[in-house]
Design a protein around this ligand. Structure first.
Ligand SMILES: Cc1cc2nc3c(=O)[nH]c(=O)nc-3n(C[C@H](O)[C@H](O)[C@H](O)COP(=O)(O)OP(=O)(O)OC[C@H]3O[C@@H](n4cnc5c(N)ncnc54)[C@H](O)[C@@H]3O)c2cc1C
Length: 287
């Protein structure tokens, strides 16, 4: 690993100022589970690491008037152990516990997971299905955007040079919304998703209302299957309708062939996982 300078500011503003002052040679460091591996293998370089882990506002999970707020430095283990998350968005716990192994979950952060913006990132589908928003800070101040707009392409987010992801907010309307997450990998543990999927829905007079379906590892970024959602909203759930929606979801994805699986196999997984997460969310909404 090449030598680098190291700073550990205690506020978002100080971190942004340090990143701005040092330009492209500076990088934000969170848990380091991705970045330190990249630095070690020289696939990225950094003259300065700006360690965000001393920034108190980014390390908490809290209920606010807006909803449930996750500081970007919250670790996957913190999510798994949070009573607030268990009460308001338990599917986030189901997703967090599939990430890496204990050591990765203890260090790896929710913000770091989103910023890597790989198509298979496991925290993405549940957050998209629950209409999460993110706050970004730069030298010009802070801005908020839907998570769907934050994901721009493979390994590309809406973050501009020197900007920091501050927090992720589940809006109040999404709290307690029935939601299910499923991941399929080639091993039971420490596996990248071949496909991961989340669905969230309410029932209004027995009809599907406000359904969301989000899929990972099947397109350049985590995506919403909006045509499948449109086919479901306002209808009474039944197995034929759910199977039709799962078929539509598969047409919205663009899975690739690679050494882990063929595109056809992934399409079959999308249909299967979409049916499962929809059925599970509907079952929770019914009970
Ligand atoms: C063995 C292993 C297994 C893994 N398994 C999985 C898995 O099953 N599922 C999965 O989704 N991921 C997995 N990962 C990937 C990784 O652990 C997660 O994505 C983790 O959440 C990354 O968070 P981090 O805090 O370690 O990020 P870091 O490595 O610290 O940073 C990653 C990138 O994000 C930037 N960054 C981080 N935080 C911010 C911020 N707040 N603002 C701006 N930029 C920021 C950094 O500059 C860097 O470019 C695995 C990694 C390893 C090493």
């Amino acid at each position: 690993m090449r030598p680098f300078e190291y700073l550990a500011p205690s506020s978002v503003e100080a971190a942004v100022a340090a990143l701005a002052e040092h330009g492209p040679g500076a990088r934000a460091l969170a848990g380091g589970t991705d970045l330190l591996v990249d630095l070690k293998h020289d696939s990225v370089s950094a003259g300065l690491l700006v360690d965000l882990t001393r920034i108190a506002e980014c390390k908490v999970i809290e209920e606010t008037p807006d909803g449930l707020r996750f500081g970007s430095l919250v670790t996957h283990t913190q999510i798994m152990e949070s009573d607030l998350v268990r009460r308001h968005a338990p599917a986030m716990i189901d997703a967090a516990r599939t990430i890496g192994a204990v050591q990765t979950r203890n260090l790896g952060t929710l913000g770091g997971n989103l910023v890597t913006c790989v198509p298979s990132l496991d925290s993405g589908p549940v957050l998209l299905a629950l209409d999460a928003e993110v706050t970004i800070a730069g030298t010009g101040g802070r801005r908020r955007m839907p998570l769907g707009e934050f994901f721009v392409g493979p390994r590309k987010t809406a973050l501009q040079a020197g900007e920091v992801l501050v927090d992720i907010v589940l809006p109040r309307d999404s709290l307690g919304k029935p939601c299910s997450f499923r991941k399929f990998g080639l091993r039971k543990g420490q596996a990248l998703a071949l496909v991961n999927a989340a669905a969230a829905t309410r029932l209004d007079g027995g009809k599907i209302a406000g359904v969301r379906i989000a899929l990972g590892a099947v397109a350049p970024t985590v995506i919403r299957a909006t045509r499948a959602e449109a086919a479901l909203d306002g209808r009474s759930p039944d197995p034929t309708l759910i199977a039709e929606a799962a078929d539509i979801a598969a047409t919205e994805a663009k899975p690739i062939d690679d050494f882990r699986a063929s595109a056809d196999y992934r399409l079959e997984l999308i249909r299967t996982l979409t049916r499962r997460v929809l059925n599970e969310a509907i079952e929770t909404a019914t009970s």
